[in-house]
Design a protein around this ligand. Structure first.
Ligand SMILES: NC(=O)c1ccc[n+]([C@@H]2O[C@H](COP(=O)([O-])OP(=O)(O)OC[C@H]3O[C@@H](n4cnc5c(N)ncnc54)[C@H](OP(=O)(O)O)[C@@H]3O)[C@@H](O)[C@H]2O)c1
Length: 320
């Protein structure tokens, strides 16, 4: 059984339940660009090709992922895989920090240039930390919508109340907000407890789960080989989840992911991703990142089965 396409919010965009997160394509540039190892272009192309082969039809990138490097590497890879503009869904994000809403429209040509003219389906406000009001940001996004420069508008890292404000503001301009991209995975279930998911449900907004594998933690590889943490570039080695205590606390969850996976011939990572796609029904889609083709191939495999409601509840209880 394969989980079918999902509608993005109230839009006409149909997404594979798993998309590919493209932060990993920052190539060492920009804020956060050094969080991941620098991937050569041919490896990026192979990751994108493996994702497409596994049934992914969309990609999540952003302005700050290398200040355009990720966007450009993505379209080069899509072209190398034989795809043409409009054949896949592309989501990108405007970076709001120290900027006013005016820069949404002013920087849009830069996004188009970085994407070498490939259409932007979903444009998102990356975080709720801009210098303008929610109303101002949504007015600027509404302009892009009315000029048909983008098909849909979403937000990211918005709390329940910020989501309501953005939704109302865009509605006043005659459009509907389609998504909120938030950190959401079995080890970090905050959106379940702070009303973010409940609010999105109520408003008909999709949740795009970022860091769906808790940045690799839910694969179980760091539990099996704790020394891996030290050898990875970037900040993961300093994060509480990756400390000895963090690994010990999440070990029962990894054991349960492994046990449940046996029935589906699935890895812990695949079960963790499938949980995201199953627990709240079709309102959640997830965007695991990948640094190898094997990761990409494995992650798309999470769409090939479906956990039962009882299994989802059991994992949710452990994740709590
Ligand atoms: N909106 C936001 O503020 C925001 C914030 C963060 C991320 N995002 C988006 O969400 C995407 C995904 O989040 P993320 O990259 O933070 O975390 P993630 O998807 O949970 O973890 C990705 C990392 O886990 C490891 N991995 C992935 N699949 C694996 C597998 N099957 N087996 C073993 N290891 C595997 C790889 O790292 P190693 O090989 O190095 O271990 C990979 O780079 C990003 O690419 C980005 O598009 C958005």
């Amino acid at each position: 059984m394969t989980i079918g396409l999902r509608r993005l919010g109230q839009s006409d965009i149909q997404l594979s339940p798993i998309g590919l997160g493209c932060w990993q394509f920052s190539q060492g540039n920009g804020i956060g660009g050094k969080f991941w190892q620098t991937l050569p272009e041919d490896q990026i192309a192979a990751i994108v090709a493996a994702s497409l082969a596994g049934g992914i039809n969309w990609f999540d990138t952003a302005e700050i992922y290398g200040w355009g490097k990720s966007e450009t590497a993505l379209v080069h890879s899509l072209r190398a895989a034989g795809r043409r503009p409009g054949e896949v869904v592309i989501a990108t994000k405007w970076y709001p920090v120290f900027r006013t809403a005016a820069s949404i429209v002013a920087t849009f040509p830069q996004r188009q240039a970085a994407l070498e003219g490939w259409p932007i389906d979903l444009h998102q406000v990356h975080m709720p930390w801009g210098c303008s009001t929610r109303q101002g940001e949504m007015k600027a996004m509404a302009r892009l919508l009315s000029e048909k420069q983008v098909r849909a508008v979403g937000v990211s890292n918005f709390s329940a109340s910020q989501l309501r404000q953005a939704h109302r503001a865009l509605q006043r301009e005659g459009f509907t907000l389609v998504s909120n991209q938030v950190r959401y995975n079995l080890a970090q279930r905050y959106p379940d407890f702070d009303d973010t998911i409940q609010t999105a449900k109520e408003l008909g907004i999709s949740i795009i789960a970022f860091s769906p594998l808790a940045q690799g933690l839910l694969t179980g590889k760091f539990h099996e080989h704790p020394e891996l943490v030290r050898f990875r570039v970037g900040l993961r080695k300093f994060m509480p989840l990756f400390s000895r205590r963090g690994l010990a606390r999440t070990w029962p969850l990894i054991q349960e992911l492994t046990r449940l996976g046996q029935a589906y011939q699935a890895s812990p990572a695949q079960v963790a991703l499938n949980w995201l796609l199953s627990y709240h029904g079709d309102m959640v889609v997830a965007i695991p990142g990948a640094t190898t083709t094997a990761h990409a191939a494995q992650n798309v495999g999470s769409m090939a089965f479906q956990l039962t409601a009882a299994e989802c509840r059991q994992l949710a209880d452990l994740g709590r």
